[in-house]
Each structure stands twice: as structure tokens, then as C-alpha cells.
Design a protein around this ligand. Sequence first.
Ligand code: ZN
Length: 95
Amino acid sequence: MDGIAENIGFYAGYTVVLSNSKYKVLYFHLDPTGTNNILEKGEKRTVKMGDVIGLADNTGFSTGSHLHYEIHKIENGKERYATKAEMNALWPPPF
Ligand SMILES: [Zn+2]
């Protein structure tokens, strides 16, 4: 998904938020270290689909490496969890 990626730091593990006018996707438990830190903490960057914005890891309340993401829909200035149909409409998926 094209949008703005922002490293918001530690929130349920290292977290990057990817957003545009319609969706906000949160990626948790990412790798915060060294050369794997794609975005510095607090950094925002305009990204295109396919750009790497983070690497899956095991930070925060997590017992094994996995990609944990949430897709939120922005509608009329409000944010809510996306429905299954809205998630399916995002193709390719945002991971
Ligand atoms: Zn998780």
C-alpha cells in the first residue's frame, strides 16, 4: 500500500504505522536494532507498495517471531477496525 510509514517506537513491541487517507496499518513486534532498523524512531517516510518498512521480530509481549499487524479503516475522520471485505479489497495485501 502506498502511504506514509512512521516508526512510532515501542508500542506492543517496536511498531511502524503505515497510513494513507483510507487505511492505517500497524505492524508490531518489529526489529528495532542496527542495520535492520529501516526507519529511525520517530522518522516518517513516504513509501510505495513493495518498499521495506520493517522486519518481523519478537519485541514486546511476544513469545516468537511473527508478523503482527492490524488494518484500520479511516472513514469520515474516524478510525475503526477494517471489515473482512475491506481487508480483502486491499490487494495486494499490505505485508
Ligand atoms: Zn503479536
